[in-house]
Ligand binder design. Sequence first.
Ligand code: NDP
Length: 483
Amino acid sequence: MTRHGRPLRPQVLVIFGASGDLTRRKLLPALYHLSLEGLLPPCRVIGYARTEMDDEGFRRHARQAVETFGRGPLDEERWRDLASHLRYVAGDLDQPGAMDHLVRHVEEAARDLGPSAERFFYAATPPSVYADIARRLGETGLAEGARIVVEKPFGWDLDSSRELNAELRRVFDDSQVFRIDHFMGKETVQNILALRFSNGLFEPVWNRRYIDHVQITVAEDIGIEGRGSFYEQTGALRDMVQGHLLQVLTFVAMEPPVAFDPDRLGDEKVKVLRAAHACDPARAVFGQYEGYRGEEGVDPRSSVETFVALELWVENWRWAGIPFFLRTGKRLARRTSEVTLVFREVPYNLFREAGVEGLLRDHLTIRIAPDEGVTVAINAKRPGPDFDLGRVTLDFDYEPGSRSELLDAYELLLLEAMQGDHTLFLRQDGVERAWELLAPLLEHPPPVQPYAPGSWGPPAAEAMIAPHRWHVHGGWPPGARTG
Ligand code: NDP
């Protein structure tokens, strides 16, 4: 049963790229946890990749993945049950007849599961292979009535994104394609919608009249983790901004959808991106952490960016004149993903006139990860005989109890795709518009500036947002005022 209240139909799930990093880190642990939580429907999982392995070898690989990247100790009984449904087919999608064995396995699995079984494909290969996957699924007839999840990046720019979509659309109609951005599966990202559209408190002030600017930060403390050759072709702009940051921006900036359904929500998200102006390279900062060029698989003269900060303007009635500052990077001081809305000063500040110290601007911070929750920071009188102001925060935290119930983003999104619900997946028109917004930066990238690992990126990123300061969860950086 899912949040839709309907039982899921049995699934024949084929993972293309079964020997890869994403499958190991995310997909196999997600399937195990869904099975542990009793949420996985009857299922046969067939892994497919070039590496030679038999079923037993894949099960060992999967067990190791779950033990390494899963939560808590392995439940042997659950694991044995899931493992008994794992199969593996070795093949090279570049070669003719690549799917001959797979067809047989899929048919066998479907027979086992009965007539209501659905086919579900997950493209977890490099994007260069997606077109082959689609073409071959089309040729063998496996695509018919099936669903396919496609991983980011959806192309490298506007043209390649359109080409990829055209390849997919030759075989699948749009209702069969699920473009995944795992940020959309995070409880706290969805909670932006709950916060805004289920409360009367916030929405009236959620606009240019009361908000001074918005900051979105997705900071990682880790580096590229041995994925040098992948990162060299991608960089932070394509890897993080094109998807995650712009998706979060749409949730923060969208108008209330007329219904909570995929089409209406998708319409509003795309409207935000259409209202946004393409990025100005003069208002963007690219950085690269010191030591990146020495990593395996990285060109010693690489100019690939591991940090991006940029300004974006959403010119509509709600946001005209209000900058959105987006920032992401690797090897930064702390892992944190958050959205901060900084409010305007009060129209007439009687405390400042009276020489009262300590006044800061109010802000509301949505903590996406870690410490999922919401903080509202306001001024209040310090206790005591003097009239001084201090900072107090109103904090909402996901309680420790409910934290353990937070589904991992991949768990939730797998369920949603099996259910055929597109609400949390991306639409092609939105993907294309996101590429259009970033096109000036792809064509004329700002020079890459070095930054020290463990810092908050190049100093130019601070200068870009001045007179404001970047918010860091837990308070503004020491000595900072909010402008
Ligand atoms: P990897 O390089 O680790 O894995 C790629 C997988 O694809 C391997 O299993 C590889 O098989 C298989 N493969 C490649 N070419 C072929 C082919 N011609 N025929 C059959 N199988 C093939 O990549 P990742 O797992 O890191 O990434 C996969 C996708 O997911 C990418 O699109 C990536 O952008 C996306 N993604 C990854 C994330 C991550 O955390 N890793 C996060 C978000 C998205 P073999 O090695 O056996 O040849």
